[in-house]
Design a protein around this ligand. Structure first.
Ligand code: 0PR
Length: 371
């Protein structure tokens, strides 16, 4: 194929799909990456972090970035690695739990589907815990773990469907009673909740919490793919350090093989640039916009199943599929909530008040046509 034909086909595809900076992407947990993160990504994209003999300094950047992210969740000696996303982090976390002897996976219906997927892949036993107001019910966990025995309890800080936070402290207390451990899925909420609710202990401050998921490619402003698996300490991480004779260093880190230095360098650069203060300011701004949207939604006579604690707004509606498709025709893209009938908006950094206003007025129009 000729270069110009290749370029024109690529341009055609780019025009035919929605792109954040041009269109109304309101339901996705992705956002345009920061230019600094993109530059760092490009510098190291072609190098394999897993070749530690050659690229040890990249692994050091990775460990620094993980330590910083871990500190937001109350960790002080954290290790881990940059994964391809929340799904890999959750899979790796459950794998660690299993290797340390925990076979039951306690989760709620609001947990991300990557949890039940991981339990299935790892042949672990999923045990569904009841919820109260879309949050894990510690009393239900207590009776289930007394009946089924120890396991890994998965709590979510910022649920995918409705934006709630499981009661991490109470759940950790119950987990301790049951000789169980806790994995915190803070894929999205990890860069919001610690700053907006500084008095809550959402992570490693709780003894049974051994691992957490926190994704740089969601609110971290890193390019895709960049997930974060954060582990309490070296001992817990050990099963992810695999022997690999053919590598000069003789071992490799993580569930998969070659790992690009791009996501690692990008994450390190943006985490150092934003830091605790930068992410805190972003979190407060996003929650402010979230409250604005909640108010507008109420103004339309619509409801949310619960008040969200992170920037995820589920707007209840029985005709969610119709709403989603009608909005998409007008260039505004939302998702369905999943857990309850309704449409979901994620207030990501590119989702400005102007974009929210456009969404609300379109929604008003679509609803009036439906009536
Ligand atoms: N944990 C939680 C709490 C999540 O919300 C997600 C993603 C994951 C884990 C898995 O992360 P990865 O997708 O990085 O593996 N939830 C997003 C969502 O449902 C996934 C997504 C993102 C879907 C962008 C579509 C999309 O365009 O919104």
């Amino acid at each position: 194929m000729k270069l110009e034909d290749i370029m024109s086909r690529l341009a055609e595809v780019a025009r035919s799909v929605p792109i954040h900076y041009r269109d109304g992407i309101l339901g996705s947990m992705t956002t345009p990456p920061h230019p600094l993160a993109k530059a760092a990504f490009d510098m190291f994209q072609g190098l394999n972090v897993n070749d530690e003999e050659l690229y040890r300094p990249l692994r050091e950047l990775e460990e620094e970035a993980i330590k910083e992210l871990g500190s937001y969740l109350g960790g002080s000696r954290c290790t881990g690695y940059i994964t391809s996303g929340g799904s890999e982090s959750n899979l790796a976390a459950l794998y660690l739990a299993r290797e340390h002897g925990f076979n039951n996976v306690y989760y709620t219906a609001a947990a991300h589907h990557s949890i039940t997927k991981a339990a299935y892949l790892l042949r672990m036993r999923p045990v569904e815990v009841k919820m109260k107001e879309y949050r894990m019910d510690p009393a239900s966990l207590r009776s289930l773990c007394k009946a089924n025995g120890p396991g890994v309890v998965v709590v979510t800080v910022g649920t995918t469907s409705v934006g709630t936070i499981d009661p991490v402290e109470e759940v950790s207390d119950v987990a301790a009673e049951c000789d169980s451990i806790v994995h915190v899925d803070a894929a999205l909420g990890g860069l919001v909740a610690p700053f907006v609710y500084p008095n809550r202990k959402l992570g490693f401050q709780n003894g049974p919490v051994m691992s957490a998921t926190l994704d740089p490619h969601k609110l971290g402003l890193a390019p895709l793919p960049a997930g974060g698996l954060i582990v309490r300490d070296e001992h817990w991480f050990k099963p992810l350090d695999f022997k690999a004779e053919y590598y000069p260093a003789g071992h490799q880190v993580g569930l998969f093989g070659t790992r690009s230095g791009g996501p690692v360098a990008a994450t390190w650069a943006i985490v150092k640039y934003m830091g605790r203060d930068g992410y805190a300011a972003q979190a407060h701004e996003l929650m402010e916009r979230t409250r604005y949207l909640l108010n507008e939604v109420k103004g339309l006579g619509l409801e949310t199943p619960v008040d969200p604690e992170v920037p995820v707004v589920c707007i209840e509606h029985a005709g969610d599929d119709y709403l989603m498709r009608s909005l998409a025709k007008e260039g505004v893209y939302v998702y369905k909530c999943g857990l309850v009938p309704g449409i979901r908006v994620v207030v990501m950094p590119h989702v400005t008040k102007a974009l929210l206003d456009k969404f609300v007025s379109l929604l008003r129009e679509v609803l009036s046509q439906q009536r």
